[in-house]
Structures are given as structure tokens and as C-alpha cells.
Design a protein around this ligand. Structure first.
Ligand code: BMA
Length: 317
């Protein structure tokens, strides 16, 4: 008999935390954000869509990750199509990790090129100025993040290329690099499921993989296409700590799905789209930041010990 998942992630009562009405300049929407704990501050690198439909990134800083946000008065990182033609239609959906070895933050983001979305990489010390490494995958590709450290002697990237092969199912891939620039040794990491499953059509990485005592915790979104549009929900997988190409566990059920009005109604309804999480070790707490309905930004929290207990009880794929 199938055993239902416990409700691991609890929405914060202050949701939605960030939205267009709070912005220091006119924008359409504020959603899918990367998250980082920088000293005493929570930094969200948010995706902001302007009234042309083009996205840029803007930083919001808070002392507790919930309120008191200080939002940069002008866009923090704008598309720069003159120098970077692949950014012609904007930059979207960042994921950020701290690379201890380089003592810098690495931001993987989607550059929307004439050939379709692709993954670009930029490095920053302070979330004020950014050095672009440039595109690291050709289109169509998105939902990418680096692991925070080399495994063996190589950097590792999770991403989701789109192919026209085998119909509509799109899988999550893992790739390797000696220098963050040249990528190879590509493998499928996680297959989308088939038929009526919640993650049957497209899947993509959510926040960057998180190192835990049990392995790399990975959250991914699954897209179910229905007669009234797509449903974006999130599930979990656990990867081997020394060889993250090995999937140890995968949830059968989603662990987070649209429910509240701000998740169900907006520019794209019925979407929860997590791109950032922060682990507060002292509180055994995961703070999950997610875009809701492509319109606003919200927070849900879970106990790490509950999440690990649950994922370890899930089937081996
Ligand atoms: C995905 C991405 C996200 C977006 C989601 C739902 O393909 O483009 O930016 O939040 O669709 O529209």
C-alpha cells in the first residue's frame, strides 16, 4: 500500500514576501530567486520582469530572511546584449552557490537568446558587481546549478537540456568541468516519469544541491500538463556524496505544490518554482524560497531531520 508523504514544508504566514508593489521602480512581477546567507543577512537575487516582458536580476537583503527587505533601487544585474548577445531577451531564474575554493559566489542563470534559453555563469564577491564567465551550455537548456565544491578534481553542474527526441519528456542531466568553462562527461541524472505521474513531462532542478550527512539533497520541479495548463510541483532526490551521478533515493510524491491563492493565480497560475534554499544548521531548518504563479516570491520552511528521515524511507530508483 502506498504511504502518503508527511507535510514537510510549511508556508510562512508573511507570504508572499516580495512582490511588484514593494519594488522601488515599476515592474510587472518579482519571482524565482536565488538565496544566499551572507554574514548576518539573507540575500535574495530575484528575477524581476519589466513591463516589456524582459527579465533582470535584483538583490533584496533582509536581517531575518522574512521581513525588513532592502531592495536595490535600480536593477542589480541587467542583461547586456551588446556584449552578450545571448542575453537579448533577458536573464532569468538564478541559482547561487558559494565556491569555497574560489571564495566567490557562483550564479547560474538563464540567458534568453535568439536560439532559446541557455545557461550562463557569473561570479560575484558581494552581489553588487558580477564577472560573467559567459554561456556554459548551448540552448535549449535551463534549471542549472553548480555543486559548491569540486568532486574528485572536477566541478559538477546539474542542468536540463531540452531535446525533441522521445516526445515531450525532458530529463535532468549532470556534467563535469575542470575549469568551470569547458563541460563534458554528460549523463542523465534523473528521468522524468511517464503517464499520469506528477513529474511525467518535464523535470528541472530547483535550488542547488545541498550537502547533508546522508548525501546531496536535491529538489526538483515536475511539470504535469493538463487540459487547463501546466502544474508545477516539487519533489526530492538524494545523490551519493562522493559520486552525485548516483541517485540513492527519489520521492514518489511531490513534497510541495500550489495551494494558496498567490500560488494558484497570477501571470502563470498553479506554479511553485523554488530556486533557492538556506540551511540554518543551529535550528535544523531549511528555508525554501520559491516563485509563486510567476508573480511573487514566497517562503516555506521544513526541518532538515524530517526531510532526511522521509527521503531515506523513499524508494531507491
Ligand atoms: C519554466 C521557467 C520558469 C517559470 C515556469 C512557469 O519553464 O521558465 O521561469 O517560472 O516555467 O511558468
Amino acid at each position: 500500500m502506498h504511504k502518503p508523504a508527511p507535510r514537510l514544508f510549511k508556508r510562512h504566514p508573511a507570504n508572499p514576501l516580495l512582490h511588484a508593489a514593494l519594488w522601488p521602480y515599476p515592474v510587472n512581477s518579482v519571482f524565482n530567486a536565488a538565496a544566499a546567507q551572507v554574514g548576518d543577512e539573507t540575500v535574495l537575487l530575484t528575477r524581476v520582469e519589466d513591463m516589456r516582458g524582459i527579465s533582470h536580476l535584483n538583490v533584496a537583503r533582509s536581517p531575518d530572511g522574512v521581513g525588513g527587505w532592502r531592495i536595490d533601487p535600480t536593477p542589480t544585474l541587467m542583461a547586456d546584449p551588446d556584449k552578450h548577445p545571448e542575453e537579448i531577451w533577458g536573464i532569468e531564474d538564478p541559482r547561487v552557490v558559494f565556491l569555497e575554493e574560489m571564495n566567490r559566489w557562483a550564479v547560474c542563470y538563464v540567458a534568453y537568446s535568439r536560439g532559446g534559453p541557455l545557461v550562463s555563469l557569473a561570479l560575484t564577491d558581494d552581489f553588487r558587481t558580477f564577472d560573467r564567465v559567459g554561456p556554459i551550455t548551448p540552448p535549449e537548456d535551463k534549471d542549472a546549478a553548480l555543486f559548491p565544491r569540486k568532486i574528485g578534481d572536477r566541478w559538477v553542474l546539474v542542468h536540463r537540456p531540452i531535446t525533441s527526441f522521445q516526445g515531450p519528456e525532458q530529463h535532468i542531466w549532470i556534467s563535469h568541468s575542470p575549469d568551470l568553462k569547458h563541460w563534458g562527461d554528460h549523463k542523465i541524472l534523473l528521468h522524468s516519469r511517464s503517464g499520469s505521474w506528477w513529474d511525467a513531462y518535464k523535470i528541472g532542478l530547483g535550488p542547488p544541491p545541498l550537502e547533508t550527512a546522508e548525501g546531496w539533497l536535491m529538489m526538483y520541479h515536475g511539470v504535469r500538463v493538463t487540459a487547463s495548463g501546466a502544474l508545477y510541483r516539487a519533489g526530492l532526490a538524494l545523490l551519493d556524496i562522493d559520486d552525485p551521478t548516483k541517485v540513492l533515493r527519489r520521492t514518489d510524491e511531490w513534497v510541495f505544490a500550489p495551494r494558496e491563492p498567490y500560488e494558484r493565480y497570477g501571470d502563470v497560475g498553479d506554479v511553485v518554482f523554488p530556486c533557492g534554499w538556506i540551511y540554518d544548521e543551529d535550528q535544523d531548518r531549511i528555508r525554501l524560497y520559491y516563485g509563486a504563479a510567476d508573480t511573487c516570491l514566497a517562503l516555506a520552511t521544513a526541518k532538515m531531520s524530517d526531510v532526511l528521515d522521509y527521503i531515506l524511507a523513499c524508494p531507491k530508483p
